[in-house]
Design a binder for this molecule. Sequence first.
Ligand SMILES: *[C@@H]1O[C@H](CO)[C@@H](O)[C@H](O)[C@H]1NC(C)=O
Ligand SMILES: *[C@@H]1O[C@H](CO)[C@@H](O)[C@H](O)[C@H]1NC(C)=O
Length: 313
Amino acid sequence: MKICAQIIGIIVLARLLKEVDGKGEISDLESLAKTDAMYTALLKEINSTFHKRPLLAEKNAEFEKNFQTVLVALNLSMYEIATKIDVYTDFTVYNQIRLELEREIFKKLQVAERLQKMENLMPTCRIFFANQQVQLIGSFSQSNLMKLEILNHPGPECENVEVQKIFIAPTSSTARPDNYDTEILKVLAKYRTRPWGKKTYRDFDEKIWNLFMAINSEEQTFKKNALAAFKKYDEDRAILDKALAHRIAEFEKQIPHETNPCRVDLIRLKKELGRAMFETTQKKHNSLVATNYVKTCLNNQIKLFLAMNDLTL
Ligand SMILES: *[C@@H]1O[C@H](CO)[C@@H](O)[C@H](O)[C@H]1NC(C)=O
Ligand SMILES: *[C@@H]1O[C@H](CO)[C@@H](O)[C@H](O)[C@H]1NC(C)=O
């Protein structure tokens, strides 16, 4: 039964192809094989181009779904040429639209970035463009439809308005009030990547989150206090981190010259100091105090103490 249907399928398909071909001299099967070879080659090209997913499509479920369809189609026999042609067309159209939308997203991101660098941008627009930036970046991994929606999500106050409307009018000679938004945004931009890379750093995340919340507040004093609190925290953190790094370096220098158990002890303490770099300032401080004297290293106690004496907290 199945074979019968398949044969009918071939005949119908071959006739179709013959009509398209128009010549009629080549045998039906031969022309079917040729068409199949062509579309198989095209599908293979898609596979080899996107086998290693492009960076922007890496977490894109829609892209992945389309790509998997190509893999499935590559597995089909030449008698399912119609499906292969469909899959090839669908993928190509989807991908072209995706690329076009991503070009638009990039353009919009550039505009948002440039505007945010301008000091006299209205605070509401600054917030709008900061949020838009986050949304646009997130949209790379979304479906084409979502990309389109995000791209066409207008900010009536800040987009498609006369350009002078999104900037604060210069107030001749009178001193402008402190613009906490600008300062907060500067700090947020500085710490787009956390100190010491991408490791989990809960305490730091909490502190910077407070600052992030302050941006969305209407209260100037709240912004001012949040900014001051973060700056104080960050200063302390930087000093303690420097001291920790210094001590880790000292231990590293010392370890090869030690024998056990002191050596093992120093290695353990060095690791603890490394972990302390991602802890609260209180814990950083405690770690530094705790490693001031290394009890098992009796022979080197004096040497170590001298080496560390210059590291006042
Ligand atoms: C897809 O491309 C990869 C990498 O070029 C290759 O290893 C794999 O065999 C291809 N798959 C098919 C079905 O052609
Ligand atoms: C292709 O066919 C083989 C053998 O039937 C199967 O193991 C494989 O999972 C198929 N691949 C896809 C992508 O469907």
